[in-house]
Ligand binder design. Sequence first.
Ligand SMILES: Nc1ncnc2c1ncn2[C@@H]1O[C@H](COP(=O)(O)OP(=O)(O)OP(=O)(O)O)[C@@H](O)[C@H]1O
Ligand SMILES: [Mg+2]
Length: 271
Amino acid sequence: MAGRDEPTAKGRPRLRIQNARKSFDSRVVVDVGDLVFGEHPIEGLIGPNGAGKTTLLRLIMHSTALDHGRITLLDGNGAYDADDGRVLSNMRTHEIVRLGVVKSNQVIQDFEPLTIYDSLLLAVATRRDERPYRVLSENRLWRQHAEEIWEYVDRSGFGRLTGYAKSAGEKKLLDIVRCLLLKPKILLLDEPTAGLPGEVRDRLMSFIKELATQRNISVVIVEHDLNVIWTLSDYVHFMAEGSVILQGEPDWLRGHKTVVEKYLGTGHVRD
Ligand SMILES: Nc1ncnc2c1ncn2[C@@H]1O[C@H](COP(=O)(O)OP(=O)(O)OP(=O)(O)O)[C@@H](O)[C@H]1O
Ligand SMILES: [Mg+2]
């Protein structure tokens, strides 16, 4: 097996989650033995309400601490083999973001009092390690990155840069565009399409598909809109009662008895 001095071939950025456990009030809500995200450009993570999907993503970002376990970034540049990598579970969230692991939020984020323009400029600044006060007091960054910011705003379906994000859908979309402008290696999307009009959802998803396939970003999407999962994902992980119990290609998984019994047949609600 190759070590640090013998890089493996360039591959996709991946996350490996090993022996990860999280309890709330003595109740185990995540218990994952060995799971890898990022073997495919777009992977779905599905499962009933309360299965532990959001908690698992929060554990990756270290916005929630593990009880025990290890989460590692294998960043796809060939520097690490499958047993090595950067251990995220010891880092703080902003350090994880700097390494290229970024998550959008299931619960709507309020960006006010920042305008759309300032929120996105801050994402570019974060990526470049610029100090926020300089970003908001000078237009230099904007001049350098205007074309890129506009491309992301337009391609994601947001379509404007002035004023504030007001509606729930706009706030959600702004959160996602902000994540994209951070230029992630791994992008975790927690119910990205909830609250978005159909045409915006389709535009956003085709942009994300393009980013995943052409710019080598590994995307993990948690969704209850299963049309999004079945049409967009290359591979799907099915989570129930804290564990990923089935994995496979969408067409195989959607017909699986366990998925039908535990999820598809039971009904589920969005946030
Ligand atoms: N901070 C917390 N304190 C106590 N319990 C929590 C906390 N966060 C999550 N839980 C519980 O952990 C379990 C898993 O929740 P989680 O939000 O991860 O599920 P989910 O799969 O994302 O569900 P949904 O599809 O409804 O978003 C639930 O029973 C939830 O009530
Ligand atoms: Mg959730």
